[in-house]
Design a protein around this ligand. Structure first.
Ligand code: SF4
Ligand code: SF4
Length: 273
């Protein structure tokens, strides 16, 4: 009954709810001061075809989902609060007290890809997770993790060899390297140059068969896309000015320095050719 009412509220707002027991997916079970019992997990799909000149990975070229998704979840939260008076409903995207991937697996939201990402059967891996965590106690069916078809295309496509045996080495992942602050090693620089994006990397998702028919969403279709940043766009900007100019974009959280460095690296490659 409670579960059906929650599902109905999520559906009304265009989302699907998946359920996991908080104690099964909590990162720090002992720090459960709010008495959380249940996680309502959901996602927003964002698959789209990038433009030819795009130099930012797909998710980061869209309006920041850290802003978009909480806004949407807030509408759901209000309805939940009206229906279940006195209960807590806290919204999280990314910065969450749970292991989102584990929650996605056991709740049935998706399967685990060899590229270490969660793959929704309907929308592939181009999805962004968010959740509402509550003190409502709802019995949840906990599923055993399922795995992808194991074709190995993601490992072959990875430009840095960061994927091996279904695990990701974040030290080598180019997406992480584009976000890394400070001085890079020559090898790390070469990896960014080879990948050609100033922020992120989508290679292991582009080749995954589960994404071949991934459909788009209102979020991706209606988002004002910022697909390319050129050296001229950031020339002379201070860190503050950069953050102001690109407010509402996920790539600003590390500040101007990594973007500036990455653009320089990739431009240098262009000059050598
Ligand atoms: S994001 Fe890119 S570098 Fe990182 S694991 Fe996937 S393909 Fe490899
Ligand atoms: S590319 Fe193949 S091995 Fe990699 S996540 Fe997709 S299905 Fe699994």
């Amino acid at each position: 009954m409670i579960k059906a009412a929650v599902e109905k509220i999520f559906n009304k707002h265009g989302f699907t709810a998946y359920f996991a027991e908080f104690c099964e997916v909590s990162i720090e079970p002992k720090a459960n001061e709010k008495g959380y019992k249940t996680v309502f997990l959901t996602y927003v799909p964002y698959a789209y075809t990038p433009s030819a000149e795009q130099n930012i990975c797909r998710y980061a070229a869209l309006e920041d989902y850290h802003v978009y998704l909480p806004k949407k979840l807030n509408g759901i939260k209000k309805d939940l609060e009206e229906t279940f008076r006195g209960s807590i409903f806290d919204i999280y995207t990314d910065n969450s007290p749970i292991d989102e991937k584990k929650a996605a697996e056991i709740s049935g939201l998706g399967i685990r890809g060899r590229n270490s990402l969660i793959i929704s059967k309907e929308h592939g891996s181009f999805i962004l997770l968010g959740e509402i965590i509550t003190d409502l106690d709802i019995p949840c069916e906990s599923r055993a993790p399922e795995y992808c078809e194991n074709c190995g295309r993601c490992e072959k496509a990875c430009p840095s060899g960061a994927l091996k045996d279904g695990r990701i080495n974040r030290e080598r992942c180019v997406s992480a390297l584009t976000q890394k602050k400070g001085v890079l090693t020559p090898e790390e620089e070469d990896l960014i140059i080879k990948n050609g994006l100033i922020w992120g990397c989508d290679r292991c998702q582009e080749v995954c068969p589960y994404n071949a028919k991934a459909s788009s969403s209102d979020y991706a279709d209606n988002s004002v896309k910022l697909t390319r940043i050129t050296p001229e766009d950031i020339d002379g900007l201070t860190d503050r000015q950069f953050r102001e100019k690109y407010a509402g974009r996920a790539f600003t959280w590390r500040g101007l320095a990594p973007i500036k460095r990455n653009i320089k690296l990739i431009e240098r490659k262009g000059e050598k050719q």
